[in-house]
Design a protein around this ligand. Sequence first.
Ligand SMILES: [Zn+2]
Length: 138
Amino acid sequence: MSMDKEYNIDELLIKSTLLQKDRLKNVDKRLILLCIKVNEYLNSNTVYKIKITEGMRTKEQQEYLVKTGKSKTLNSKHLIGKAFDICILKNNQITWNFDDYKAVSIHFKRIAKELNISIFWGGDWKSFMDGPHYQIEE
Ligand SMILES: [Zn+2]
């Protein structure tokens, strides 16, 4: 994909209203573009906003999450910049309701498809549904 030719992602990110966008530092540029586009769409068309809660993670952070039961794997895509987590605001209120994460995931999937980016939503994991999580599939 020659996305850098079509999009100046660094510039788009500077202009973007995406909340806590600095947390996308060193994350795959395709995922950054996706977040920017989904944020734009949600802000103009829905009651939702998204906030980036985590992008890159260190090995130590990952080990801690597994120990505390918040993650099931030491091979997380967060370690290689191929994943991010969001928090959703509905009418400017933080929500952890899975239905809201599902509603937003539909827009992530649709816009990813339009951008020709292959993603996986953590809410589609059968054993450990992770509504805030998105990762790129290679
Ligand atoms: Zn995650």
